[in-house]
Design a binder for this molecule. Structure first.
Ligand code: HEM
Length: 396
């Protein structure tokens, strides 16, 4: 079966708050490789089965590089420069290897104490302001920005600018080509200056380490450094966590039994965070279409060479062939191979940092606020990349 004569559904499917649209389960069962059309770009295949999603993310017959310059299925009018996400091996492998020379597990683990300190300071300030307080404004948004600024060695005074840039890239559906191009130029110029400073005077921070990173005489070019620091780390590293964290709190508050278990058994926190990552959708839609380089068969459907495919991580994370009782939040789930951080060559570079931030932040909230609660007077945002509470008023 090919694309001809098939129903093309509008995508993303209608959704509420943290709900994973029931359409995914329907499709996974009866039409696991279906046709969809995003607000912009050409129609695409949507895959909803775990096995197919992992194939599309990792099989070299699918390309991200080919997508560059094509009318990619996407959420906004602008076709962006996808940086590291727009490359295939071996170019991608080279860039990634150099990035990983600087962004090591050791460097991330050393951040545990810093993340704890930032968490305490932010919560102190929130408590001082009285209740109810907006968890997003006082905690979930500043936490990842402060962490990534400290890691990269970027001055925190520039916070208002970062927020404007990351908001424009990740949430502003209506941002016109001109606005995004201006924001992109501003961000590039900003990071070009910081890179130049580090060339003049080497630093120990992550940006300094990226500037110095060498592999067999190879190193990152100026453009690669700027793209990686700005769009790659600052943008990807902030909006995801600042949407994920309040979504997780919201979910726990609506699952009192699970919350009570987590309070009683703090050692469950790592597996609880993995389960929340599986259960709570952070992305608004399946994104970063892969283009087939040759005809590929997925669940009985032939994807033709040159056609784009969208892998739905949220659908894969609820596949009953992989996760027992997939629609149940089970913080004690023993094996949890979720794909929330992707899979294959583009597996999230910041996954360990994100896990660390989420674990430390949730632990602090539960320890500090035994009567944590939220009012239902909250706003939700569905951005072009991520979704989550825009405000989450809490009491304690
Ligand atoms: C809960 C938080 C996060 C989630 C859910 C998340 C999710 C993802 C996913 C799904 C991908 C792969 C996309 C694809 O293959 O289509 C990805 C890639 C990436 N993420 Fe994350 N991410 C998170 C946090 C972070 C953080 C904290 C950073 C940086 C500090 C980061 C930096 C990156 C980068 C640079 C890539 C591109 C990797 C590559 O192309 O090789 N992310 N992320």
């Amino acid at each position: 079966m090919t694309a001809v004569g098939r129903q093309v559904r509008r995508y993303p499917f209608p959704m509420q708050r943290t709900e994973v649209s029931p359409m995914y389960a329907t499709l996974r069962r009866s039409e696991p490789v279906s046709r969809v059309r995003l607000p912009y770009g050409e129609p695409a295949w949507l895959v909803t089965r775990y096995r197919d999603v992992r194939t599309v993310l990792s099989d070299p017959r699918f390309s991200r590089a080919v997508a560059q310059g094509l009318d990619q299925p996407r959420m906004r009018v602008e076709n962006m420069n996808d940086g590291i996400m727009g490359m295939d091996p071996p170019d991608h492998t080279r860039l990634r290897r150099l990035a990983m020379k600087a962004f090591t597990a050791r460097r991330v683990e050393k951040m545990r104490v810093t993340v704890g300190r930032i968490t305490t300071e932010l919560l102190d300030a929130m408590v001082a302001g009285g209740q109810p307080a907006d968890l997003v404004r006082h905690f979930a948004r500043p936490l990842p920005v402060t962490v990534i600024c400290g890691l990269l060695g970027v001055p925190l005074e520039d916070y208002p600018r970062f927020t404007r840039w990351t908001e424009a890239f990740t949430n502003d559906e209506s941002a016109s080509t001109g606005v995004l191009a201006t924001v992109g130029r501003e961000m590039d110029a900003y990071f070009a200056e910081l890179v130049a400073q580090r060339r003049r005077r080497p630093t120990d921070d992550l940006l300094g380490a990226l500037v110095r990173a060498r592999d067999d005489g190879d190193k990152l070019t100026e453009t690669e450094l700027i793209d990686l620091a700005g769009a790659g780390l600052l943008t990807a590293g902030t909006e995801t966590v600042s949407c994920g964290l309040p979504s997780f709190v919201y979910t726990l508050l609506r699952h009192p039994q699970a919350l009570a278990t987590l309070r009683a058994e703090p050692e469950l926190m790592p597996s609880a965070v993995e389960e929340l990552l599986r259960f709570v959708p952070i992305n608004t839609a399946a994104m970063f279409a892969r283009y087939a380089l040759q005809d590929v068969e997925l669940s009985g459907v032939t994807v033709r060479a040159g056609e784009p495919v969208l892998p739905s991580l949220a659908a894969a994370n609820r596949d009953p062939d992989v996760f027992a009782d997939p629609d149940r939040l089970d913080l004690t789930r023993a094996t949890n191979p979720h794909v929330t951080f992707g899979y294959g060559p583009h597996l999230c570079i910041g996954a360990q940092l994100a896990r660390l931030e989420l674990q430390v932040a949730l632990r602090a909230l539960l320890d500090r606020f035994p009567r944590l609660d939220s009012t239902d007077d909250l706003e939700w945002k569905f951005g072009v990349i991520v979704r989550g509470p825009a405000t989450l008023p809490i009491t304690w």
